[in-house]
Structures are given as C-alpha cells and as structure tokens.
Design a protein around this ligand. Structure first.
Ligand code: ARG
Length: 292
C-alpha cells in the first residue's frame, strides 16, 4: 500500500525542557559517556536552544525547569517524570548520580499546580522508559526501569502497560530504541529488544518503521513527533527518508554535544499531556468506530 498520499496532522504539544547550563560528562552510567572526552558546554547550550526554538516555531509550548548545579544529566528532561491525562508519575533513578533529579522535577510539578502527583516506590526513569501511544504505555526494562515500576505506572495511570526487554547496553532506555510517531504508529530498532519483546512489537505494530543499525547508532530513534513533524538527529538520514515516504515531515537537528551524555532530541524533551480534551475523546471514539 502506498502511503504517499497520506496527510499528517500536527497537534500542538506542551513540553518541559531543562537548559544544559551545568552539562558535563563527569561520570559514566551508559556506554556513550566518556569522562575523558571533552564536552563544550556552551555549544551544548546553543544546540539545545535551537531545539527549543524549533518547537516554538512549530507552535508548541515549552516550559523550562531551572537546571541545578551538580546534576549534569538534568538536561535530559524526558527522564524527570511521565505525565498522562494531567497525572504526574515522578521518577526514581537507578544511579545515585541522578537520584536528586526525581524530587527536583516533582517540585516543579507541585509549583506548576499539577495536583495529581505520585512519588514512586519503584525505579522508573520517566519517559526515558515510558512511551505513550494512543492505546498503551510502552515500558522499557533491562537496564534502568524495574518491572515493579511498570506495574506501579499501570496502577497509577489506569492504562495498559506493555513491558519490553532491552538487550543492548547502547540502547539502555526505551526512548533510544523506539519512538511514537502518531496514535499507535511507532518506529523502532529491532536489534535492541529480546526475541519475545520483538514478537510483541511485531504483533502490536505490524506496519512500524524499522531503523537500520546506522540510523539507530546516531540516536535516530530518539525523536519527537507531533503527528506530522518528526524532530530527530540530522545524521539519521535513512530514517528521515522512510518517514517522508509515510507522509511525515522529518526535521533534523544537531545535538552532538548532548550525545556525549547518551541522549538526543527525545531525551531533552518531556511531554506534558493534559486532561483528555473533548476533541481527543472524539478522535478516540471515531477511531474505535472505524475499527468496529
Ligand atoms: N546520561 C544520562 C543517563 O545515562 C542520559 C539520559 C538520556 N535520556 C533519555 N531519555 N534516554 O541516564
């Protein structure tokens, strides 16, 4: 089936970001981090500012959380929480170096007036490992978030959580191996998952965009989609071509400094999903009817 004629619709989004003012690589908790390699913090800030400006140009709202000294990974805002239907599930980090980020992000949500907040009991690294589709919450495990954290998320959000086992240490968070493009449409790196989890992905998403190893290795899957525009690392040219064929509009950005910490576009972006609006409910209903 040709996808060329398909028109994609962007929906305005609300994001939370954290300026990399204190960004550096002073410890190593993933294979990308080499404290011996110099990091240009000023360049990191400039690259990050371009990403932030791009979201604004696309009509999205971006809120900022103050960066804290001594928390160089705080720029990876995706890890700070998971927000669905206006409900905030806080993060609990596996590594001691990032522990303080959990309460820092929860404080921001308290000050911003989100009444439904849950301080988690089990390890979950926010949207690093939880990716929300129209029907499910996809949840990574194997390196960071714990299976008990998946159960906690399902109970809190009241949405089905699908656990997926990550097996390649380079793709330690789910958002380094899979991205949600639209409702229940995703792209992923088949080589990052256990055989059983790959079978689950094939069953749920038979039409998914599959990334080749070269695109995965430049963090091409660490992307943010608004339903039409897909912001992704500019080096992921193969993925960009595939997305274009499906009617998406890929927008490449350069976040080379942030990649030294093991993150890119999606890692720097936490989506704040509000209460399901009437419009979204309507869309969900017509989707159900089409299926029936
Ligand atoms: N240095 C950070 C860590 O290893 C990078 C986090 C990247 N964020 C993400 N959402 N994958 O925890």
């Amino acid at each position: 089936m040709s996808e060329l004629a398909r028109t994609r619709t962007a929906r305005p989004r609300h994001y939370l970001m954290c300026r990399p003012t204190h960004f550096e690589v002073s410890y190593s908790i993933n294979p990308w981090m080499d404290p011996a390699k110099p990091v240009d913090t000023e360049l990191a800030v400039a690259q990050w500012e371009r990403l932030r400006a791009l979201y604004a140009e696309l009509g999205h709202r971006v809120d900022l959380i103050d960066p804290l000294p001594g928390l160089p990974d705080m720029v990876y805002a995706a890890n700070g929480a998971t927000v669905v239907d206006g409900k905030v599930l806080g993060a609990r980090f596996r590594n001691a170096e990032r522990t303080a980020e959990g309460p820092a992000y929860l404080d921001w949500f308290r000050a911003a007036g989100y009444p439904a907040r849950h301080d988690p009991e089990h390890i979950n690294e926010g949207e690093g490992d939880f990716l929300v589709t129209g029907s499910w919450v996809l949840a990574g495990r194997g390196f960071r978030s714990a299976p008990e954290g998946h159960a906690e998320a399902q109970e809190f959000f009241g949405r089905p959580v699908i656990g997926l086992e990550l097996t390649d240490p380079r793709y330690y968070h789910l958002d380094t191996a899979l991205a949600v493009l639209d409702h229940d449409e995703v792209m992923y790196n088949p080589q990052a998952f256990s055989p059983g989890s790959l079978a689950v992905l094939r069953r749920l998403f038979p039409d998914a965009v599959l990334a080749d190893p070269a695109d995965a290795a430049v963090f091409g899957l660490n992307a943010v989609s608004d339903g039409r525009h897909v912001v992704l690392p500019e080096a992921a040219t193969g993925l960009a071509a595939q997305l274009r064929r499906r009617g998406f509009e890929p927008l490449g950005v350069d976040l080379s400094e942030l990649l030294k910490g093991g993150g890119s576009v999606k890692c720097c972006t936490l989506e704040l999903r509000g209460e399901t609006s009437g419009e979204a409910r309507e869309e969900a209903r017509s989707h159900t009817h089409r299926r029936a």
